[in-house]
Design a protein around this ligand. Structure first.
Ligand code: FES
Length: 146
């Protein structure tokens, strides 16, 4: 049911933890399944490059695996490039997810956006293409087509 990569990132998640005095922190949840994800980003203010990304996820195995992969994918990228790390990109990097678990990858995408939003607000900057993230993605999910 799960790819080897999903199992690997679930059993050995990368970048678990917190970043003290992070440049941006974002927390999102899904009220329907009750899962919660928090992302921490350390961003170089001059280059806008994400130096470090860490996460804490209280959720299902796919939520852990997608947060792990999402942090791996955004590390070393600029904030603008990180916006391209969509839930689809995370799923592709994990060799796919079962349809009922697609929403878990959306949580990872939204958590990155929430951390970037926090960074932008703290530094009074605007990140092109970034929209205000939702703290609960369960409503949006119903209208999404997979
Ligand atoms: Fe909700 Fe996985 S079951 S995030």
């Amino acid at each position: 049911m799960y790819s080897e990569k999903v199992m690997d990132h679930f059993q050995n998640p990368r970048n678990v933890g917190e970043i003290e005095e992070a440049s941006g922190v974002g927390t999102v949840g899904n009220a329907k399944c009750g899962d919660i994800m928090r992302m921490y980003l350390d961003i170089d203010e001059e280059t806008q490059i994400i130096r470090e990304a860490k996460f804490k996820t209280f959720g299902c195995g796919a939520a852990v695996a997608t947060s792990s992969m999402a942090t791996e994918l955004v590390k070393g990228k600029t904030v603008e490039e990180a916006l391209k790390v969509t839930n689809k990109a995370v799923m592709e990097a994990l060799d796919g997810l079962p349809p009922v678990k697609v929403h878990c990858s959306l949580l990872a995408e939204e958590a990155i956006h929430a951390a970037l939003w926090d960074y932008a607000e703290k530094h009074h900057i605007k990140i092109e293409g970034l929209q205000k993230p939702k703290s609960d993605i369960s409503e949006e999910e119903e209208n999404e087509e997979w």
